[in-house]
Design a protein. Structure first.
Length: 316
């Protein structure tokens, strides 16, 4: 499957796009997001993420613009949220990193919410399909870019962080994000590092157990601050984040409107209910973090900045 995917990428991405990326994410983020959110697609290859029939799968998608992309597809549970299946947490983690990381340093690959009609969903998967919400024939999916040439081995290496500044910088970026979102599932495969030792980029690819979620039984070490130093650019951008920035980025992360018995994506509007993460009012459906969940991010950010100011967390 990997060889087929790489051959198709070489055929469908232009040289300028390939030259501008690092090989792990092979197109500009805006292009990837646009395809995942808006373009129709067919599934060329597909398999369960961990086993046959798994609730999440990864597959090679063929989009309407003739491009190909390898992605993770995760179906939302009935009602839109459940333990270890929180689409809004996955999307919020992706959105939060944009407040302090530049695109080449993203630690969560492009991640979007996508609604499909039930018949569309059943054409692209072998798993059972049912609408996410009983009164509308749409299925809510999380689509996430699937990075190749990554591994779960050697992700956290204290000695390497002391001698390898590139690795230490990317590790710091990753740990800041996992700390801010309170990532509580250290299951092998959730945190990955590139195979290329010269470009040791790290990723957090499964963030469904985070924010106010109960902890996983696979370990919670990534919810703590494990590094001793951060890159100066990351530290500086963290200090510029305002409370209103958190609200704007996290309170409403996706919005849909019911039209002719299906949900279609629309522009974000005012928060319908700060106390709920999945909000429905009339024909409008919103996903976002609750006021309490955003307050938790703010408190962790303030603690982190205090560590930087006191010298408990150094910069380089």
């Amino acid at each position: 499957m990997r060889a087929c995917y790489l051959a198709l990428v070489a055929l469908t991405l232009t040289p300028p796009l390939l030259a501008s990326q690092d090989g792990l994410i092979t197109a500009p983020v805006a292009v990837i997001e646009g395809r995942l959110r808006n373009q129709s697609f067919d599934v060329v290859l597909q398999a369960g993420s961990r086993f046959k029939g798994d609730r999440t799968s990864h597959g090679l998608l063929h989009f309407a613009d003739s491009s190909y992309m390898y992605v993770k597809l995760a179906k939302a549970p009935p009602g839109g949220e459940a333990f270890n299946n929180q689409p809004r947490y996955e999307i919020a983690a992706y959105a939060l990193q944009k407040l302090f990381l530049d695109e080449p340093d993203y630690v969560v690959p492009p991640t979007v919410a996508r609604m499909l009609d039930l018949d569309q969903y059943q054409r692209i998967t072998t798993t059972a399909g049912e609408p996410t919400f009983r009164d509308v024939g749409s299925v809510l999916l999380v689509l996430q870019y699937w990075a190749l040439d990554v591994t779960s081995k050697g992700v956290f290496d204290k000695k390497r962080a002391e001698r390898d500044t590139a690795y230490a910088r990317h590790l710091g970026d990753l740990n800041v994000l996992t700390f801010l979102i309170r990532q509580q599932d250290a299951n092998a495969g959730n945190i990955l590092i590139s195979d290329d030792s010269l470009q040791p980029r790290l990723f957090s690819v499964d963030n469904g157990v985070a924010f106010d979620s109960p902890a996983s039984n696979r370990g919670t070490e990534w919810s703590t601050l494990r590094v001793k130093r951060l890159g100066q650019a990351t530290a500086a951008r963290l200090q510029r984040i305002r409370s209103e920035d958190l609200i704007d980025a996290l309170a409403v992360i996706a919005q849909f409107e019911r039209r002719d018995g299906r949900y279609v994506p629309v522009e974000r509007t005012v928060n319908l209910d700060p106390n709920r993460g999945v909000r429905r009012k009339g024909d409008v459906l919103q996903l976002g973090l609750t006021e309490t969940e955003i307050d938790g991010v703010r408190e962790r950010l303030e603690w982190l900045l205090g560590r930087i100011r006191s010298g408990g967390l150094t910069t380089f």
